[in-house]
Design a protein around this ligand. Structure first.
Ligand code: AMP
Length: 215
């Protein structure tokens, strides 16, 4: 099974992807996580990507497409959730071409919420540098400040692109491209929607039902 979680930054796709993946033994490919990892390791890809990420801009298509196709080749098991990819029409077309020889995508879930809510979500978000677990200071605080509940390391940090100005830029750029992706997947009969302006458990229930319906 290969599914895509689509939606603006900080809407909670990553949290939901990790949760449903744990429940059902799926893998998650998050292009954001992979790029941050490359930046932290200082690889060529990381150095190239950093300029774009810090500005709240999209990393060039060919870079992310390569990351995803390489990751898809090395994954086996029950299936994969693509989180944060595709983000442009060109990425969606590349993915379609890549999957042509296989069964193709099973479904695309569009996470929807009012834009104003996302600024607050992003500014309160904290990530674990060690295991990428996602927290929110208000909605999902760690048990102990700065310490990851999942791996026990004192490695929680705020992403530079989660600061307000960068989030606004990311959201502005995102609206137009997301709509194009919604149309693209709707035409192919793959699109479903979930209201993401609710508590994490209610959204998780709907996500779980949707995934169950695909299997
Ligand atoms: P995310 O963790 O999904 O919010 O992604 C963080 C940043 O990584 C984005 O603001 C982009 O700069 C970059 N990025 C992640 N996924 C993609 C993608 N599919 N296409 C282009 N840039 C991406």
């Amino acid at each position: 099974m290969i599914v895509v979680f689509l939606g603006p930054p900080a809407i909670g796709k990553g949290t939901q992807a990790r949760r449903i993946a744990r429940e059902r033994g799926l893998s998650v490919i998050s292009t954001g996580d992979k790029l941050r990892e490359a930046v932290a390791q200082g690889t060529d890809v990381g150095q190239e990507a950093k300029k774009f990420i810090d500005q709240g801009q999209l990393v060039p298509d060919e870079v992310v497409v390569r990351i995803v196709t390489d990751s898809l080749r090395s994954i086996n098991g029950n299936g994969v959730i693509l989180d944060g990819f595709p983000r442009t029409l060109s990425q969606a077309e590349s993915l379609e071409t890549h999957l042509e020889k296989e069964a193709g995508l099973d479904g695309v879930l569009h996470f929807e919420a009012p834009t104003e809510m996302l600024i607050g979500r992003a500014s309160g978000r904290r990530i674990c540098r060690n295991c990428q677990e996602i927290y929110h200071l208000e909605f999902r605080p760690p048990r102990s400040e700065g310490v990851c509940d999942a791996c026990g390391q004192e490695t929680l940090y705020q992403r530079t692109d989660d600061q307000e100005e960068a989030v606004r830029r990311r959201l502005e750029g995102d609206q137009l491209t997301t709509q194009k992706l919604v149309d693209f997947y709707q035409e192919r009969g793959l699109l479903a929607r979930v209201a993401a302006d609710r508590d994490v458990d209610s959204i998780a229930k709907d996500v779980s039902l949707w995934v169950e319906g695909l299997s």
